[in-house]
Design a protein around this ligand. Structure first.
Ligand code: SF4
Length: 491
């Protein structure tokens, strides 16, 4: 297991900690075989804009129910934060939050003056003002490139504010320039939460299992009930009290190994909460393994076996019927790393051939260091190789190039704004924001039915393609997608 040091204010970035990369073109099997240390990132000589670690740290904190978040930087750095207010509101019903309150997002709006004389005072005033206005139970302070470059002592300002206000004021070191792998922002937020908010456990609660996830629907309550446990969802829609309980849970599971790699490992290393040795349950083979690993860690193997048998009896005939409907179809996947691997596993199970994928980064190993958590390796072992596997940090020009060449029957996406590229090319596209939707045996039925529906109703995108204008030139579309990657023909 990677050594994580909570005594330090900041998390080590993914490139250094687990050798993550953002540039690769080849196939999935080669990438899995390349393993950890031998994997070399391929830089691009041309790049479109990409995500920022600040926004990922914001995502994991803005969605905490009783928190307020201050972006310490120029106001522009906070511009991407509003999208999480929308996310909070629209996904609240999935998690039973009946009256979602407005999110509390602020910026210190650093100007030239602070860039010269420092922004510490302005931050201290902002923290007081935010507490006056919101009465939040915890305030998070996100650093940005500007506050990092001018060298503000954000840690000291937060400690002093904490003493003055009597609530936790938590600095998160997530300057955009720290890392090309934006999921480092998740790690930065979890590092700060574990360091400042989760106390050492006084007891072990057998009825509580941590679920590190985004905003997916509450499928875990009914899965955990036969084991006599309930989920402790971290961090979206959690309260400060929920977060404090994380160190007492009996185990940790994840909806996405990319998201929860760091926190799962921290909870095990520093709080004694074991992370189950299995990638998230997407596809039948992985769902079997996941329930068995959970049963083993809880000492309830027979409960797991009974649950697997009952679920399979109910859902396998429906899955088989979907396989017949989807036979011969091809798909292209674009998503963040582990969720992309999950969708590729779902395709494998439903008998749809993946003709390629654009995945936003690659972690050759997760922080647990366990091969059982590697969803791509398991996807390849369970269902075979994925050709045209492109690791690109949302470089849409590469995605469009690949889609135009491969012309799949459907495009699967995880992020808003990506499906339009399929539509412009006349390719039906499916975006499901609920990351739990395709999980488990029942998830294969949910997702398979949506796939059939999307492919059967393609008139709109076919018409749209006749009138759509592409921003990319014919020249670019005739080049290989790896043209600007190191070793490509455009170097
Ligand atoms: S933190 Fe840096 S990379 Fe992120 S939005 Fe601000 S300036 Fe851009």
């Amino acid at each position: 297991m990677t050594k994580i040091n909570l005594a330090l204010p900041a998390a080590a970035i993914r490139e250094i900690r687990i050798n993550s990369i953002t540039g690769y073109q080849g196939d999935a099997e080669e990438l899995v075989k390349a393993g950890g240390c031998d994997l070399k990132d391929k830089e691009r000589s041309f790049s479109q804009c990409m995500g920022c670690t600040t926004s990922k740290a914001a995502c994991m904190t803005i969605l905490i129910q009783d928190a307020a978040v201050i972006s310490h930087g120029p106001v522009g750095c906070a511009s991407c934060l509003h999208e999480f207010s929308f996310t909070y509101r629209v996904n609240a019903p999935l998690r039973g939050v009946k009256k979602p309150t407005p999110r509390r997002i602020f910026s210190t709006n650093l100007q030239e003056k602070e860039a010269i004389y420092g922004g510490g005072l302005k931050l201290a005033q902002a923290i007081r003002e935010v507490q006056n206005r919101t009465n939040a139970k915890v305030i998070f302070v996100l650093t940005t490139c500007a506050s990092g470059i001018i060298g503000d002592d954000v840690e000291s300002v937060c400690t002093e504010a904490e003493e003055e206000l009597g609530i936790p004021v938590v600095p998160i070191f997530c300057e955009g320039f720290r890392s090309k792998v934006w999921t480092t922002g998740f790690d930065a937020a979890y590092h700060a939460i574990a360091r400042k908010l989760i106390p050492k456990p006084q007891q072990r609660r057998k009825d509580l299992i941590n679920v590190i996830n985004f905003w997916g629907s509450d499928v875990f309550s009914q899965w955990f009930a036969p084991f006599g446990a309930k989920p402790n969802y971290i961090t979206p829609y959690a309260t400060l009290d929920n977060l404090k309980q994380a160190g007492e849970a009996v185990a940790t599971v994840q909806a996405c190994s990319t998201l929860g790699s760091y926190l799962g490992a921290v909870l095990e290393q520093d709080f004694g909460v074991p992370e189950i040795p299995a990638a998230p349950p997407y596809g039948i083979a992985q769902t079997d393994r996941w329930f068995r690993a959970l049963g083993q860690i809880l000492g309830q193997e027979s409960v797991a076996e009974k649950l697997i048998a009952e679920k399979k009896k109910e859902f396998l005939p429906k899955i088989e019927a979907l396989r017949r409907k989807l036979a011969g179809k091809t798909a292209y996947v674009t998503a963040g790393a582990a969720h992309g691997h999950a969708l590729l596993a779902v395709l494998g199970e439903l008998g749809v051939t993946p003709c390629g994928a654009a995945i936003f980064h690659h972690d050759p190993v997760y922080d647990s260091g366990r091969p059982e958590n590697d969803q791509l390796a398991q996807r390849v072992a369970d269902y075979g190789n994925v050709p045209n596997y492109n690791v690109c940090n949302k470089q849409e020009f590469e995605l469009v190039n690949a889609l135009n060449r491969l012309r799949p029957d459907v495009l699967l996406a995880r992020h808003g704004g990506m499906t339009l590229w399929g539509a412009k090319l006349g390719i039906p596209a499916l975006l499901v924001g609920d990351e739990h939707y395709a999980m488990g045996y029942e998830g294969l039925v949910n997702y398979g039915e949506r796939l059939v529906e999307v492919m059967e109703n393609d008139e709109f995108v076919k018409d749209l393609a006749k009138h759509a204008v592409m921003p990319y030139t014919k020249w670019w579309l005739a080049q290989p997608p790896s043209y600007f990657l190191r070793g490509g023909t455009g170097q």
